[in-house]
Design a protein around this ligand. Sequence first.
Ligand code: ADP
Length: 486
Amino acid sequence: MSERLLLVLDEGTTSTRAMLYAPDGRRVGMAQRELTQYYPRPGWVEHDAAEIWDRTLACAREMVDQAGGADRIVAIGITNQRETVVAWDRRTGEPLARAIVWQDRRTADACAALREGGHERLVQERTGLVIDPYFSATKMRWMLDNVPDVAGAGDALAFGTVESWLVWKLTGGLHVSDASNASRTQLMALDGAGWDAELCTLFGVPMGALPQIVDNAGMFGATLPDLLGGAIPICGLAGDQQAATIGQGRLAPGEAKATLGTGAFILTPMGEVLPRSAHRLLGTVLCQIDGRRSYALEGSIFVAGSLIQWLRDRLGLIEAAEDSDAIARSVPDNGGVYMLPALSGLGAPYWQPEATGTITGLTHGTGRAHIVRAALESMAHQVQDLGRAFAADGAPWTRLRIDGGMSANDWIAQDLADILGLTVERPADVETTARGAAMLAGVGAGLFSDLAAAGAMASALVRFEPAMEPARRMERLAGWRKLIKG
Ligand code: ADP
């Protein structure tokens, strides 16, 4: 292998991976390790930050070996599960507590108290986020209140999201966080260069424990030479959903990307205009390069691919996720069956945390295929409802780009095009998160002049055009609306 490569560390919720990309966009290697999930109490989700580091390093070493040594790697890009909080000791570089994962709901009461205290307006205006346990700030405060080692660390305490933790370990003490990750903590104003003193006071987080906020692309530091056999520059950092948006190539105004994984995350780039939602979508930093920020509106659907897992593991209706496509096609329609997939409440735009799931329209004629088909159909309906919220916020979609594990399902891709009445595009390689981190690292290392040039790394697209008869579409929409209202 003669060309020099980009190494991506993609640290997800259930696994950590390392991937190698050639500058023309080809992916030439991947290593993956599962991560242990800790559920110490209902609603609590934790990770072992030491394990995250060990397994990420093991994957990185595998890829550096495959590349033929550290000098074959131009730069490292890191992308990560967002909002998850790690606390460590600056003196030892060791974690002080288990990391609290984004899904963790333990701070629900603290969030309710903040809302009752009338603070939501300030937080929403300044950060673009609603007050919810999802974000990092209340998790940090919880650690200070409940973990003696964190409370007692004093000036040695370091807080960070996962990219921040990995950079510290890789470099031996650089404490930075990129603007896209920082925008998910609830401690940075969307248009503020640093941490916001008023927000830090409100959430009770000492500013001195937080990292320095940096761009998404640049020369941030280099790996300690003995870790990977040489000092490799770290040149790209981004939260996973922002990285996926970048990895989809340059999205034109009005285009949206939907990552259909365990849940579904939809982002629309808003350029340099500060996003303001009146429909409880989130405003977030998409990217910061040379100190200039661009923004996105974001909506999340909590249950997407996990519904297919539920059909497989709990109901036993399918043997493998891929089978759902053929089973849905085996019947001409849903037979009047509709499914509300509120297995863990409903996210945007409904925001009903207490909602539970429903299946309606069952008759003697209903078979397994109708139920599977109704489950797949619920994806397009949820995305369409979210699309209406984006339009109401002044960001209507003109086309949708999909990625993530569930986007491999052709039936779902076509149904999305049919129900949305929009062209749906899917890249040949649906791993857009890692690709986006590779593009950022390429920009940071100077391989590309900017993200537009890095768009050369984006993969080719497959298109799905709307083809459903209007009467049939209206029937579907009416059936879904009845379900949501019921
Ligand atoms: P994550 O990154 O959230 O772990 P992935 O992007 O790897 O998720 O997607 C995995 C999810 O996609 C699983 O929930 C799985 O049920 C679903 N999935 C994978 N393949 C298919 C398919 N062909 N049809 C429908 N769902 C699928």
